[in-house]
Design a protein around this ligand. Structure first.
Ligand code: 13P
Ligand code: SF4
Length: 346
């Protein structure tokens, strides 16, 4: 470990401002300690300009985030992902072929006043699809604002790929569950009980495999055994969990809630394990535990570790970067439209 740390520190020192190393809040501490900037998905998209000032960005996060960084930075800038296996199971739940087919079906059945929005946790291909159809990306930090915008623009919102963020956000804006349909991409089916004319929101049937592990049962257990503990969850959790919690919000919101809380505040937090552990360590005067007693790591985020980071940085310094993330020009053109519609409103 000491050897790997020395390699990373050495490359960072020698490359100086030619290298930029951002890290998502879900990354391991062993990686975060070297980050030039940390942030949630929105903050990491907003710092693209800082990345462009360097020659290389070594992105410590998952594949869709590195794609976004590549698309928002200029062509001469190189973005590298230390391990190509750092994907996102949610982003993998929607592909371009399925999405085009679903949209054609929905327009045929419900008319063309449908605006697609995609969570940034999606591939560049999906962002480009959304950009082409007048829509935008959203993150958990600005979902309310973006869903409000979409519903003002057109009659029906088509929200990809996280059904939970879509449902929780639309419901927070006053849309009843009875006006939300679900698109099932496996069976190519619109799941809805009422009249088609009632549909205001169509939710893509995707989810986060980390946040789905938080349950109402875990909340009830805390209510019973430790009622003073506040339950704070991410809106990628299910509707039932968000309803049963005391507070819900994005990664930035969760961090701010803890930052502002008084000493002695007790929390059970429903989000990724590395972030919960870091909050517990950074705020020892509070009592912070995971809502799920078995913790919830994002296995793909955790693929970025000291050995991969050290190896990746060595290759970059040698001028032979490996795992370059480069999105083609046409996809970038449309995906950037979707990203800019979001960034302009954030
Ligand atoms: P945010 O960073 O937008 O809160 O998203 C959480 C997440 O799941 C990242 O993959
Ligand atoms: Fe994807 Fe969930 Fe991991 Fe985020 S936490 S990268 S949404 S699997």
């Amino acid at each position: 470990e000491a050897e790997l740390i020395a390699i990373i520190e050495g490359v960072k020192r020698r490359m100086g401002s030619r290298l930029f190393l951002p890290a998502h809040h879900y990354q391991k501490d062993e990686v975060v300690q070297f980050a030039d900037a940390t942030g949630d998905s929105l903050q990491l998209a907003q710092i693209a300009k800082q990345m462009t000032e360097a020659e290389y960005t070594v992105f410590c996060g998952v594949h869709f985030m590195a794609e976004t960084a590549d698309m928002l930075t200029q062509a001469e800038h190189t973005v590298v992902l230390p391990d190509m296996r750092a994907g996102c199971s949610m982003a993998d739940m929607a592909n371009g072929y399925q999405t085009e087919r679903a949209y054609a079906y929905l327009v045929d059945r419900l008319g063309d006043s449908i605006l697609p929005l995609t969570y940034v946790n999606s591939t560049a291909e999906i962002k480009a699809f959304v950009g082409r159809h007048g829509g935008a990306t959203v993150t958990s930090s600005n979902a309310v604002k973006m869903v409000e915008w979409a519903l003002a623009e057109r009659d029906i919102l088509f929200f990809l790929p996280d059904q939970h963020l879509g449902r929780n956000t639309a419901h927070a804006l006053g849309i009843p569950l009875e006006q939300m349909a679900v698109w099932d991409p496996i069976n190519d089916q619109l799941v809805f009980d009422g009249e088609d004319s009632d549909i205001r929101v169509i939710l893509w049937k995707g989810h986060c495999s980390v946040h789905e592990k938080f349950t109402v049962g875990q909340i009830e257990q805390f209510r019973l055994t430790d009622p003073a503990r506040q339950i704070l969850v991410h809106p990628e959790c299910s509707f039932e969990v968000v309803e049963a919690a005391d507070l819900n919000g994005s990664t930035a919101y969760i961090i701010n809630q803890v930052k502002q809380a008084a000493a002695g505040t007790k929390w059970a937090i429903g989000t990724e394990m590395n972030l919960v552990n870091r909050l517990a360590k950074d705020f020892p005067e509070q009592d912070i535990v995971s809502l799920n007693p078995f913790m919830c790591p994002c296995l793909t985020m955790n693929r970025i570790d000291l050995p991969h980071l050290a190896w990746s940085l060595e290759q970059v310094e040698r001028g032979t970067p490996v795992n370059i993330i480069s999105v083609d020009a046409e996809t970038t053109e449309y995906a950037v439209l979707a990203l800019e519609r979001m960034l302009d409103r954030s």
